[in-house]
Design a protein around this ligand. Structure first.
Ligand code: MN
Length: 197
């Protein structure tokens, strides 16, 4: 069965003005859809065509002759994870165990936000900034292009896409402003807390 584009978990304009409906029309409707279409074209007629997406990512990771499969499969997974990392009721402060674990790892929730923004702002080129659990410790990691914590033994908790296509229509070159809006208004702490369990 072909891979399909998951629907957004909210209306395309639900995050405006922080992320516009126009951005979602391109980012979800064109970019994410293109990764799905490319992946289906690449795995058609191979054993990976019927494998779960996570298995396709793991099977193709680090194999130069499978780079196209890996890049498109990982981008399908990363984008679905990103849509769930956002919420119309996002932003604010984490609570409970997640807040305690963030404070333990970074000193305070405010320090986590500063470091997350800095990591996203300084990622050179295209990629992703993540909060992950690595052997039980919360860490901020950057990945380039389609790379994903899934293949580095890390549990992704929440992510922000910092490819230019994620913010250019709304913020032009101001990636730090996009990251600030993500942290202040969009980050889905409930999703992060569910992934921590
Ligand atoms: Mn993207």
């Amino acid at each position: 069965m072909p891979f399909t584009l998951p629907p957004l978990p909210y209306a395309p304009d639900a995050l405006a003005p922080h992320i516009s409906g126009q951005t979602f029309a391109f980012h979800h409707g064109k970019h994410h859809q293109a990764y799905v279409n490319n992946l289906n074209g690449l795995v058609q007629g191979t054993p990976l065509a019927d494998a779960p997406l996570e298995d396709v990512i793991r099977a193709s990771a680090g194999k130069p002759d499978q780079a196209g499969v890996f890049n498109n499969a990982a981008q399908v997974w990363n984008h679905t994870f990103f849509w769930n990392s956002l919420s119309p009721q996002g932003g604010g402060e984490p609570t409970g165990d997640l807040a305690e674990r963030l404070t333990k790892a970074f000193g305070s929730v405010a320090a986590f936000k500063d470091q997350f923004k800095q990591a996203g702002a300084t990622l050179f080129g295209s990629g992703w900034v993540w909060l992950v659990a690595d052997q039980g410790t919360l860490k901020i990691v950057k990945t380039s292009n389609a790379d994903t914590p899934l293949v580095h033994g890390q549990k992704a908790l929440v992510t922000c896409d910092v490819w230019e296509h994620a913010y250019y229509l709304d913020y032009q070159n101001r990636r730090p402003d996009f990251l600030q809006a993500f942290l202040d208004h969009l980050i889905n702490w409930d999703f992060a807390a569910r992934n921590l369990v």
